[in-house]
Each structure stands twice: as C-alpha cells, then as structure tokens.
Design a protein. Structure first.
Length: 159
C-alpha cells in the first residue's frame, strides 16, 4: 500500500530493530519486501491488494539534530545480539529515535535460526553474515523521527 504518513501504530515488535517504521536505501530490498507483503495479503484473501513502494526524502543532517541514533556499520556481535534480542521480544522499547544497520533478510534469518538451533556458534554465525552483502535498513522508532520523513511519492511494483 502507499504510505503517505508513516505511523508506529501498526508496527511489529519482533523484527530486527524492534517496533518502528522500517525503510531502506536499497530499492531492490524495498521491492522484494513489497512483493512479500502482497503475496501474504493474497493468501489471506485480499486479492485487491496493490503492490507499491513508498518513497521518502530524509535530510541526513537531521542525524546531528539532537535525536538519538544507533548505528550498526556491519553485522558484528553487538548488532547480532541486538537483532536476536528484538526477534525474541526481549527488548520492550528503547531510547533510540532511529536505528540504522544491516537487515537480516530471509537468507540471513536462516543463519540466525541455525544459531538458535545450536548449529553455529555466535562467532561462526557472524562470519557467515559478514560473507554476504547485506542491505541496509533505517528504522524510525519515535514520532519525533517519523516527523523527519517527507513523502516523495510511490512506485507501483509489478508482482
């Protein structure tokens, strides 16, 4: 769907960075996610669901404007622990307004499941993750940070 006014009201907690409005600078990642959401809607009987990617402008100078930003440059141990804690819903909310870092997409998720099942040590799981080119995600977790996004349009995605 087209999202002109992002909201935290419909966010899910058990995601990589917890409750928030998720964005990415990688168009392919956004398109793939939109297609997955549409497929899920179709399976639940919403065959009228369109497939769109919403586009936003964000002035990165705002990152220095007094908002709390947590940035993970790579899939390191701190990132890994944070993602696992959020996916397990062990974190009930934080003080970050924006969280930026690698996305644990479906391929990465298999590695995380392997870790949880005891197939990999944390060190081995992180090595496997570093071997992949991971897309980024920017998660806006507060109303204050959502106010920094400007809707710039949308793009229809052909499923």
């Amino acid at each position: 769907m087209i999202v002109e006014r992002p909201s935290l009201r419909f966010s899910v907690r058990a995601l990589d960075f917890g409750r928030g409005f998720y964005t990415t600078t990688d168009e392919r990642q956004a398109v793939n996610f939109a297609k997955k959401v549409r497929e899920r809607a179709m399976r639940t009987g919403d065959d009228a669901a369109g497939c769109f990617v919403s586009i936003y402008e964000f002035d990165e100078a705002a990152l220095d404007s007094g908002i709390a930003v947590r940035r993970f440059a790579a899939p390191n141990e701190e990132w890994f622990d944070f993602v696992m804690a959020n996916r397990r819903e062990e974190i009930s909310g934080g003080t970050d307004d924006i969280i930026i870092g690698p996305v644990a997409n479906d391929t990465v998720f298999r590695t995380l499941i392997g870790f949880e099942a005891g197939l990999y040590s944390k060190r081995r799981a992180i090595q496997l993750l570093k071997a992949r080119k991971l897309c980024d995600q920017w998660t806006f977790t507060s109303e204050k940070s959502l106010g920094l996004l400007r809707f710039a349009g949308s793009k229809e995605v052909v499923p």
